[in-house]
Ligand binder design. Structure first.
Ligand SMILES: Nc1ncnc2c1ncn2[C@@H]1O[C@H](COP(=O)(O)OP(=O)(O)OP(=O)(O)O)[C@@H](O)[C@H]1O
Length: 363
């Protein structure tokens, strides 16, 4: 099998020398295949940009093997890295377009570096601008475009030479929800069409679904996806709790209780999932992707908890309205398939008891 466009094996990276030497990345191993989209997440300072710059041949690792487009970069010389860089498409947080040139000229400039000029360059520039929805804006300068349009022009420039490796650093950071979504969809479509290996650094949870794989960095160490999901969810819940203490606690408690009902008969059906999702969406003013996070985390937690290992019962302190909503929601999940089983009833009773709630619907 041919080598992946990006291949890392036990890569470590250090900044500084002597007593100031500090290890930033620890034994990172991963391959990014052609046509694959990998998202790199992690808290600020965890080493995402450093890892991206290694993959982008802007630095070379002091330890481990790093191959980009078939070239080994461990201890490489600047000249070798420069040659690799010419074959990579970079998309930055700010579009990095030259303001004094039109969009079309910005794109032609990228082609000039590859020796493509004249009519051929004009044709290719127009085609790529149309592809990113900017066909009618070719002769405008960047200052005349919106943030999302500028970012799309940046993508057109990065992709016009059809790179086999595309690296994007926070491409949606300055965009609103819809523009951010448009931009990642575009990167995804173009990457698939060209069979490029794509690595995208982001803090934006809303775009995680475009990833084929999510890599999570913490203090320079690679973490598993489930650890990343759990970290992302608790960060989000903490944030919510700060802004809206009542509903955050309620949402987390409710999500977990609903998971218990969904698992009462040892299997979560699609109907139960859909009902659970809708109840949680109706409770808070969270984005759907955030609700999905909480729901999946609750289901995972429930699934991995062994029988007899129930969480310590807490008195809920819910007012009457919340108590009713809580009990009704449990019944709604139990009844999602049109039938409430004895196991589900006994789980509802157990939860009501643990939370000190009266099951006003019990017969
Ligand atoms: N040129 C440098 N010299 C010394 N240390 C650096 C340098 N660049 C980054 N660092 C340190 O390396 C660590 C990782 O930084 P990096 O920018 O890769 O993190 P990040 O995950 O991309 O953070 P953010 O999400 O804030 O962009 C940080 O502790 C940072 O202070």
């Amino acid at each position: 099998m041919s080598q992946a466009p990006i291949a890392l094996s036990e890569v470590s990276y250090f900044f500084g020398r002597g007593s100031l030497r500090k290890q930033i990345l620890h034994n990172i191993s991963t391959d990014v295949q052609a046509g694959e989209i990998v998202i790199l997440t992690g808290p600020s300072g965890s080493g995402k940009t450093t890892l991206l710059t290694l993959m982008g041949a802007l630095r070379s690792p002091q330890e481990g093997a790093l191959s980009v487009l078939g070239r080994e970069l461990h201890n490489s010389k600047e000249k070798q890295r420069a040659a690799v860089r010419r074959e990579i498409g970079y998309i930055f947080q700010s579009h990095n377009l030259l303001d004094c040139l039109t969009i079309e000229k910005n794109i032609r400039m990228a082609m000039q570096l590859e020796g493509v000029r004249g009519g051929e360059a004009g044709k290719r520039a127009q085609a790529v601008l149309e592809r990113v929805g900017l066909g009618e804006h070719a002769h405008k300068k960047p200052s005349a475009l919106s943030g999302g349009q500028k970012q799309r022009a940046g993508i057109a420039r990065a992709l016009v030479n059809r790179p086999k490796v595309v690296l994007a650093d926070e491409p949606t950071a300055s965009l609103d929800k819809q523009s951010g979504r448009d931009v990642v969809n575009l990167i995804q479509d173009l990457a698939r069409e060209e069979g490029a290996a794509v690595v995208l650094v982001t803090h934006d949870n809303r775009i995680l679904d475009v990833a084929d794989r999510i890599l999570h960095l913490e203090d320079g160490h690679m973490k598993s996806l489930s650890e990343a999901v759990s970290e992302g969810t608790s960060r989000m819940l903490n944030l919510l709790e700060k802004h809206d203490p009542g509903s955050a606690g309620y949402l987390a408690t409710l999500a977990f209780a609903l998971s218990r009902i969904a698992y009462a008969d040892n299997e979560v059906t699609d109907d139960e999932r859909a009902a659970m999702r809708q109840i949680l969406i109706d409770v808070g003013d969270l984005a759907e992707a955030e609700v999905d996070f909480i729901m999946e985390l609750s289901l995972i937690e429930r699934h991995t908890q062994t029988v007899g290992e129930e969480p310590a019962g807490e008195r809920s302190g819910f007012d009457d309205e919340k108590s009713r909503h809580f009990i009704d929601s449990l019944y709604a999940i139990a009844n999602a398939d049109g039938h409430i089983s004895p196991e589900e009833v006994s789980e509802i009773n157990a939860i009501a008891h643990e939370f000190g709630l009266k099951d006003y619907r019990a017969r």
